[in-house]
Design a protein around this ligand. Structure first.
Ligand code: EPU
Length: 420
């Protein structure tokens, strides 16, 4: 297993470009199942999770090919095999977004239930309830969701999610695109990735309105054409790089990000004393001295993203005072705290709340990544800490960041990957 070794304390200066969004690329690729033919998706990051989606689509009989740059060509057959096996779903929960497209287009699907997860229980009851509202008959058997559309086609319906779910909204929206009649979905996720998926579906001929608000209206059509879509920039990768820029003594420009997707984070960075400015094509952040403390509460978009909680906490570990972090989206997303403590951070967790007492500095140590965003936080902590930090289990990081060490090194970071 690869490790990342960081000599902390080197100032970061310069520009870094952001990749396409993992969490927008995955549902867009799944959406391709809604139409037979040759699909084109651009700005698809080259990540472990995207490769898993490629394998999953391959298992169904689709041909997934990178055609240079970050473009993907995908050929979807007339009758894909409507099955997502456990071996693939267990390595990537987001595989569940194939369920809606499969049952909508083929009238049946068999998708493994995702297993446990490091950050919370993460049930998919809302995905299933939404699909059932569209007429799907759903059974759970041998660890699989078996869904059928009676008569081969789903029916439009009005459905309100009990809680805000990003992939749940995406799954049901994709299914409704091919259902007979109109669907009105309430309490939808408003995340930019949902908006991007609506745009991708529109390129296929879907009739969707209201994405980006909590009510999405979809007029089902009989047939869709292949996708022609470019994925939005990754706001979480951009946010991670912005936090790197906000660490004391750094000055980083993140190019190609969408500032309108980053407002909650930028506001927090300013609150802790970082200078964040719009520059042509991106954002520049200057971290000046030890940050001020700030309270952070995660929430669905446009709130502060749970996917940035761990990274923001790193900045707060060296603040001049105490901060309270509250995680409201996932029930167990503090796995990074134990590792940050090994670097000298003073953090106490009580349920969903973490009290972070700022210390003057962190000191490098070997640490272990537990999930994707926790690993990114450990890399940031390594940049900040005095001495050497070695991050193990880097495969978590590689699921969602394209060669992060190669993006940080040109900025001046002393960071390298040690191959297993
Ligand atoms: N939930 C339910 N029932 C459901 C669905 C969700 O109770 O049927 C709960 C979850 O357990 C959680 C909350 O609702 O407590 C929100 O979960 P959501 O469904 O929104 O999460 P997700 O769609 O599984 C996506 C991202 C995550 C990101 C969350 C929240 C993708 C592929 N994944 O997950 O990204 O943290 O939204 O914004 O889009 C990551 O990239 O590292 C990552 C974990």
């Amino acid at each position: 297993m690869d490790r990342i070794v960081i000599e902390g304390g080197a100032p970061l200066r310069g520009e870094v470009a952001v990749s396409g969004a993992k969490n927008a690329a995955l549902p867009a690729l799944a959406a391709a199942l809604l139409a037979e033919g040759e699909h084109s998706v651009r700005n698809v990051p080259d990540l472990a999770d995207v490769r898993t989606m490629g394998r999953l689509l391959g298992h169904m009989g689709c041909a997934f090919e990178r055609t240079g740059g970050h473009a993907v060509a995908l050929r979807v057959p007339a009758a894909p095999r409507p099955e997502a096996p456990y071996e693939l779903v267990r390595t990537m929960r987001a595989s569940v977004v194939v369920l809606g497209p499969l049952v909508a287009r083929l009238g049946r699907a068999q998708v493994s239930l995702p297993g446990g997860c490091a950050i919370g229980a993460r049930p998919i009851d809302q995905h299933l309830k939404g699909l059932a509202a569209l007429g799907a008959e759903i059974e759970l058997r041998h660890g699989y969701v078996e869904a059928r559309a009676p008569g081969g086609r789903l029916r439009g319906a009005t459905f309100t999610f009990d809680g805000v779910t990003v992939t749940g909204t995406e799954n049901v929206m994709m299914a409704a695109a091919l259902a007979e009649g109109t669907s009105v979905l309430g309490n939808c996720a408003r995340e930019p990735e949902v908006v991007d998926l609506a745009q991708a579906l529109r390129s296929m001929g879907a009739r969707i309105q209201g994405e980006g608000t909590d009510e999405i209206r979809i007029e089902g059509v009989e047939r869709l054409r292949p996708l022609d879509h470019a994925v939005i920039p990754d706001r979480i990768e951009a946010g991670t790089l912005l936090v790197a820029g906000a660490l004391p003594g750094n000055d980083v420009t993140v190019r190609g990000c969408a500032p309108e997707h980053l407002e909650a984070l930028v506001e927090k960075l300013r609150q802790v004393g970082a200078e964040v400015r719009s520059v042509p094509g991106g954002l520049r952040v200057v971290g000046d001295g030890r940050p001020r403390p700030a309270d952070v509460r995660t929430a669905p978009f446009p709130g502060f993203p749970t996917d940035m909680q761990a990274q923001m906490m790193v900045l707060l570990t060296v603040a001049q005072g105490s901060s309270v972090v509250t995680e409201t989206v996932f029930e167990n997303r503090y796995m990074h705290v134990l590792e940050l403590r090994r670097l000298g951070a003073d953090i106490a967790v009580d349920g969903r709340t973490a009290l972070v007492k700022g210390v003057p500095e962190l000191s490098g140590a070997p640490v272990m990544a537990s999930d994707l965003r926790a690993s990114a936080a450990l890399v940031l902590a390594g940049l900040l800490a005095r001495g050497t930090t070695e991050v193990q289990r880097v495969y978590h990081l590689d699921r969602g960041y394209e060669r992060l060490e190669e993006r940080l090194a040109p900025l001046g970071a002393r960071i390298r990957r040690v191959k297993a």
